[in-house]
Design a protein around this ligand. Sequence first.
Ligand code: ADP
Length: 216
Amino acid sequence: MLIAKDIHKSYGNLHVLKGVELEIHEKEIVSIVGSSGAGKSTLLHILGTLDLPDSGTVSMGEVNLGKLKKDQLADFRNDSLGFIFQFHNLLPEFTALENIQIPGMIKKTPSQALAKRAGELAELLGISHRLHAKPSEMSGGEQQRVAVARALINSPKVVLADEPSGNLDTANAEALHQLFFKLRDELNQTFVIVTHNEPLANLSDRKVSMKDGLIE
Ligand code: ADP
């Protein structure tokens, strides 16, 4: 579904990605592991169209993402991709519910449908009782579950996560990982997750190891 072909990326003289090939299938949880500096985040950003490769292509279905114009790319990113980062990146002045709905507002989803979807996701993620809290009033685990709901609000084809449990204690990390599998099973959600968390990587449907800018 999401296919990266012969991806090269350099920063100055540093050749970070040296011809990466990766294909992500629907309903699959893929973990990307490897030592620090191996190029994992760079690859994830390129898969997520947040950064451009120097050469090579990223495509989804029939669409070559490198050929999209700026506006088309912004719409594609908002509609078809969900992002979860190590730090939740919620907007502090908005409630959990408002944060969850933001990508849907950008997509101009009618407000009733948007509220319904947000409510269903909150239920699934166990945060219904926290929807009117601000991020600063929530625990780390709750904040990250709000970020997951926000990533899912537009029913993206793929969720890209960069160290999503990197800032959580063991119990909250474990709970978050269980949620990813629940979302795969109940919503057929596809995930690509950069992680140092061995238990998560080992539970994934596929573990991809990066070394020196290539997939081993
Ligand atoms: P990983 O996620 O595997 O730890 P990264 O993809 O973050 O690795 O980084 C790979 C290499 O590219 C590192 O040496 C890093 O310092 C370098 N790098 C990443 N982003 C930039 C950037 N924007 N400018 C310069 N160098 C970068």
